[in-house]
Write a protein that binds this ligand. Structure first.
Ligand SMILES: C[S@@+](CC[C@H](N)C(=O)[O-])C[C@H]1O[C@@H](n2cnc3c(N)ncnc32)[C@H](O)[C@@H]1O
Length: 232
């Protein structure tokens, strides 16, 4: 049974403006995200044609465009626990990207149990209660490499705050905007069998970006599996 996010607490089904922005990204009516372009550039240098890639917390699945436009010929799948996001991805991306509906998986990262050569997870774990459990699953399922972008700094900061940008009747919903300790996250990835490299985030230049009025320190980590036998 897939786990879906409960609408009682899920901000991603409570934000019509963000959903419309994501729809525009799927239709290429909005600017490409700098971080999506950067992710595609990184995978483009590392992936062999035909490798599988999971976009974990894929939203509308529009990172597919960034990969395809740079000739990164991976077998793309997206996973998201918000039904509205998977519906959006299937409605807007399947035809455009010639992908079957099953490539968009409705489930939580926490349930992931199948291997992918590459895993991409950008702007997701920051909004989760903590990074460790979902990252552990992602690491277990990444056969070759994993690329993450989350808010990371010197210390752990857990923020669980109301979001004034949600739909008017949903503003009682609180959202995690956590910052994770960079050194600890790196060590966690290393303990799980990966060689880890920091890559400067092109959008923020590793500075501070205000997102919904909250400081975020976006950092990108590339994990490359040392023993390529793993992947579950
Ligand atoms: C901030 S959006 C980012 C979407 C996309 N990765 C991007 O960078 O534009 C976070 C997405 O991750 C999904 N998400 C958050 N936590 C998740 C989890 N534990 N399992 C599956 N999906 C999750 C949300 O439903 C939402 O669509």
């Amino acid at each position: 049974m897939p786990t879906t996010a409960n609408p009682l607490w899920n901000p991603w089904c409570s934000d019509a403006r963000t959903l419309e922005l994501y729809r525009k990204r799927c239709r290429r009516e909005a600017d490409e995200m700098t971080c999506a372009a950067q992710a595609a550039g990184i995978f483009g240098k590392l992936c062999k044609p035909g490798e599988t890639l999971l976009d974990a917390g894929c939203g509308g699945g529009y990172y597919w465009w960034s990969l395809a436009n740079r000739g990164v010929k991976v077998e793309y799948s997206g996973l998201d626990y918000t039904p509205e996001m998977i519906e959006l991805a299937r409605a807007e991306m399947c035809q455009r990207a010639h992908l079957p509906a099953e490539r968009f998986i409705l489930d939580a990262i926490e349930n992931l149990d199948r291997p992918f050569d590459n895993i991409l997870c950008f702007n997701v774990l920051t909004n989760n209660p903590h990074y460790a459990l979902p990252l552990e699953r992602l690491l277990a399922c990444a056969k070759k490499r994993i690329l993450i972008r989350e808010s990371m700094g010197d210390e752990l900061i857990v923020r669980y705050t109301p979001d004034p940008y949600l739909d008017e009747d949903k503003r009682h919903i609180r959202v995690y905007h956590n910052q994770y300790p960079l050194a600890e996250v790196k060590a966690f990835m290393e303990e799980n069998g990966f060689a880890v490299t920091s890559i400067v985030d092109e959008r923020s230049k590793d500075g501070v970006e205000m997102v919904v009025d909250i400081p975020h320190r976006w950092r990108i980590l590339l994990g490359e599996r040392k023993n390529t036998k793993g992947g579950r």
